[in-house]
Design a protein around this ligand. Sequence first.
Ligand code: ZN
Length: 380
Amino acid sequence: MRDAASRGPRVIDGDKVEYVAIKAAYATRLIAWGLGACQVDGFLYDVNFTRTIDSYEGLCYASVSWLQALSYRLRLQERLPLLSFLEPPFMVLRERISEHTYVFRSSMYAKVNAGLITTPEGCILIDTLPYPEETQEIASFVRRRLRSEVKYIILTHSHADHVYGAYLFPDADVIGHLYSRKLLLTQTRPALVKARQTHPSLADVRLRLPAILMEKEAAVRLGGATLMMRHAPGHAPDVISVYYKEEKVLFASDAMMSIPYFIYGDINDLRRTLRELAEVSPLEDMVQGHGDVLLRGEVKTTIDIHLAYLDKVEAHVNEVIAKGLGKEALLSLDVEECGISRIALEGLANRLHQENLISLYTRKVKRLKQARAKQRQAAA
Ligand SMILES: [Zn+2]
């Protein structure tokens, strides 16, 4: 992981002024909103505040999330309905990581990244952001600032936080893995119906299914940009990675996030995928599915940390099963003992780690039981 001081968006040429202006406007909005909300006391105590404050940006994110939580609570409890006009500010972080590559990062949900490749013939969007108002920022950036349009959307997998915004680009062709189409229909769609009940802003979201499908490898070419897509299962069965050849940028999707997470996929697939990602060369930047963009020098070390994490988790699960211990022993392995920061992904890391342990344990025990049943059948 990069340290806080060296992190922060890289800014190229003309973006600098706009970036500073955005930041100033954002800070003003944040302070104004904060002042309004902080006049209300009595609710400030029990808002869960587990965010990282490691930089000015971290502070902004933390405050926004905290204030959002506060606003949500206030509205939920209908204690002060008048405050609902004070919509929480949100900001999609836009980072220009190379000449024609932008990364947009959600500040509303687990630092999800979407990538944008710009070409003279139009843009290619790699994933969208979880909430429509966030993806809308990408749409207006393409339209107003670039005076361009999105020609293709590559969905790196079927998970809600990456695909919900695709409906905002009705003219773009959607590309995805063969399995994504099926998973979008059988899992993402029913989940969306549920999510709408708690998130009214999702009311207009319509899932777009990929019409251009790939299995192992495929490539898209547009306006001089070559995007090479490759099946990268492990986090989920349908994940694909995207390598932008001309600018040496690898979009790793959720095969790489601040903590390896495989409950929808398979730990061995994830190991294989991570080893393959480590071989991609030449490489300047790696865009993770969630979290900071990794620079060339950080990629191999981070992948090694992830592989070591998977080994440690699996060894622990094996030991718990061999000793016939219960769930408590399973959860005794701390995330930091496995080399992953507890506060990664806005404090979600520990929960994801525990889910990894439980899912691996459950699968192994099930497989063991099936094997024993087979043995018994064979003996009988
Ligand atoms: Zn995912």
